[in-house]
Design a protein around this ligand. Structure first.
Ligand code: 13P
Ligand code: SF4
Length: 300
């Protein structure tokens, strides 16, 4: 039996679901029951009836699934799948920020550890940072953590001034405006789609600024046939699969997230077989993180 069939069989036997992020390797996306961005994966994890969730993404995403579905078994096939942006802020740093700005609300990007979420007032993803700010925090002083570029983009869209932390995603920051200009010269008819973690000078060149799911949705419905994609290149697999007649060009072929590429088919199979590696969040942390995520889900 080939590995895909073995995974399929075990998945049914164990009442398991495989969730994969849009940046995962093509073969992982192809065996997943659901492929999406951070927001949609969280919602799926919350709503699924499956008893086991195999989470193919990075650790903070699997942790979010566990926070939302504490009675389910959430497994990550490779536990070293981290995220350097999520690791960028420590509990001491957030405590210091809160002490310095005691009246400010903390808006926390989902790319953070559960401990950091538990210390925040509300979570957001790249898909809803603007919406959450406008609906919940319009009249508040806001500390935005940890991604300064998503923070800057949200400030621009909402005309608000945030207190920013200094974090950033090295993959998105590696995409330069020169990369976009080069692709635009090669493909003058192509629309430019950029992720809000990108540098402001890249955002300035974009026709649309979208989360990964937003990009997939836009690509399907637009009449435009060519698009330059300024985010991690793993998303190109889904874009091309769902839109075989359209053309997609990576803004930069080197925009590869090493953490998103560690999970292989064999790891997924072993994860199902041996039920490894379980993601656990201590109750004291989980309750706080759950509250902050729920605040987001209420509005988005
Ligand atoms: P999305 O929520 O847009 O999929 O982004 C996740 C991520 O890690 C971006 O770097
Ligand atoms: Fe983290 Fe950046 Fe990788 Fe997303 S692309 S998982 S933010 S390091």
């Amino acid at each position: 039996m080939n590995i895909q069939k073995e995974i399929e069989k075990l998945k049914k036997e164990k009442n398991a679901i495989i969730l994969a992020h849009n940046y995962q390797l093509p073969e992982i996306q192809d065996i997943a029951d659901f492929v999406g961005d951070s927001l949609n994966l969280s919602i799926k994890a919350k709503d699924t009836k499956a008893q086991i969730i195999i989470f193919c993404g990075v650790y903070f995403m699997a942790e979010t699934a566990k926070i939302l579905s504490p009675h389910k078994k959430v497994l990550i096939p490779v536990k070293e799948a981290g995220c350097s942006l999520a690791d960028n802020i420590t509990v001491q740093q957030i405590n210091r920020l809160k002490k310095k700005h005691p009246n400010a609300k903390v808006l926390c990007y989902v790319n953070t550890t559960a401990e950091i979420k538990a210390k925040s007032d509300i979570v957001c993803t790249s898909a809803n940072a603007v919406e959450v700010t406008e609906k919940v925090l319009k009249d508040e002083e806001v500390i935005f953590i940890p991604d300064k570029y998503l923070g800057l983009y949200t400030m621009r869209k909402t005309n608000k001034k945030f207190i920013l932390h200094s974090g950033y995603c090295p993959v998105h920051v590696s995409i330069r405006k020169e990369d976009i200009k080069r692709q635009k010269r090669l493909h003058p008819k192509a629309k430019i789609l950029a992720h809000p973690e990108c540098l402001p000078e890249v955002i300035d060149l974009a026709d649309k600024v979208l989360s990964t799911e937003g990009m997939c949705r836009y690509a399907k419905k637009t009449k435009f046939q060519e698009m330059i994609i300024a985010t991690e290149i793993g998303i190109l697999h889904r874009l091309r699969k769902e839109n075989p007649k359209k053309k997609f060009y990576p803004a930069s072929k080197t925009a590869v997230c090493p953490f998103m590429k560690v999970i292989r088919l064999k790891d997924v199979l072993d994860s199902l077989k041996y039920e490894r590696y379980p993601v656990e969040v201590p109750l004291s942390v989980r309750l706080g993180a759950y509250r902050a995520i729920q605040e987001m889900l209420k509005v988005s």
